[in-house]
Design a protein. Sequence first.
Length: 575
Amino acid sequence: MRPPRRLAAAAVLTPLLAVLGVPDTVPSAQAATVQRFAGADRYATAVAASSATFTSAGTVVLAAGTSTVDALASSYVAAAFDGPVLLTGRDEVPAATMAEIERLGADTVVLAGGPAAIGPAVQAQLGEFTVRRAAGADRYETSARLVGLVAGADPDTIFLASGPADAAAVGPVAAALGAPVLLISPDAPSPASLGVVQRFPNADVVVLGGQRAVPEAVASVFGADDRIAGADRYETAVRIADHAIDQLGMPANGFGLANGSGDLADALASGPVLGRVGAPLLLTSTLLGPHVAGFLADRAATIPDAGLVFGGAAAVPPAVVEAATTGVGDPPTAAPPPAGAVVDYQLGGAYVPDPAVRVVIRDRETEPAAGRYSICYVNAFQTQPGEADFWLTQHPDLLLRAGGQPVEDPAWPGEYLLDTTSTANRAALAEIVGGWIDGCAAAGFQAVEPDNLDTWTRSGGLLTRQGNLEFVRLLAARAHRDGLAIAQKNAAELTAAEVAAAGFDFVVTESCQVYDECAAYTDLYGDHVVEIEYTDDGEEFFTAACAVRGGRVSVLLRDRDVVPRGEAGYRYEWC
């Protein structure tokens, strides 16, 4: 192995935050200094990171903001030209991105991806610049063509990744050390990728990810010298950082944090920024995670207590930043309710549960059930009956409106939908609803059930799935900070990636037997499912649910109005 290539002395010795300018500060036990790069959207976040780091750049790499997979090798390329990675729409360069390219004084723009990712209209919009497009038949050939843009390269290390998270995590290392990143298929070697590796026969080839990500048979074709892998993407990112510092000579002048789920747009933009000063990227979720916490604790004496955060509070919650900078780690993990336990749903009013009941769900304005695992119901996405005046008079700007009028839930007249369409609104709503969650914790509840997650399906197209998910991520972070588990409520269409990004711990579903959705929940949550069937749908659905899942998951039957025991219409059974 040849001696590792080192960063320029100025980049090694200059403290991270001095390079990046005057930071925002976050008080902590260690007086850590943190800079958060965040904008109204991913495009603005990338611009914020670029503008704080680069005073000028002759070349800018432009990646698709809606499909980042083509650009996961771009940190190496951007760093080779000493420029940033910015994001664009498919058919138009956002105004903020265009303004940043012009501020940098760039004369060349590299498009990372083909016309399907970055359309011809974008190239036309960039007519005043020299445009170079790196595009192949697939993501593997595209990454090889990106690497090929760097003339005269002589890398000591080449990284191979099949998973987007692993490729994003190694971006700062690739940028700092001039080490190309190639996306490869886990099924068969791409000729384009093989061609790059064969062009640099003296480079060490390092595979990222375990055997499922890159099977040994594929790794051996590339002549892999080493493999970096963890139990998941978060541990793999930590091991990449360890390898870069301990084996490749990358300095650690701080650390970066970015959300490790979704399409990794914020992580992608972090590569040239962190690489420029020598700081590894650590991936987080709604929690800091034990692997990241352990890495920071183990290296507390050698890594400056300074961090860069990429993305807003929904992507990297303040509690995660606090855990990283204070060294106290995440709060204790909140346990979901016991799987298969007998559950009573007491939203219409509290009453003494049956002795067999182990879990009780009650409204946030009532007390938890003594001696039972208690779940706090919060109407988080629309107004609660009787609270319309509070919203109309004190927070009218947080109500969704059409034609100037608040939008009602068509199924529940008098309940207005909350407006989750903007970052500012989500933050303001999280302060209000988060206060209710704090109250649930203070009262002694063990979990929270934020209802009406799926309001985007009843908003006439005014709300979006993404907006609601970003809002619930803020609520999940608040719940976890308070030591509460948090439930997904309905919304069977959510994917495993969306559930993981949101931070849900279990699910409460209504009428899934009626709508044939129950398997969608058990596929994601196993037995941590609370299933409520209602009498007005027909008791045969409850009977069928009991026959299939009773005793394994919590299945109960309730009257639609969930009235207290003793009132007319009360009905409650379990199996």
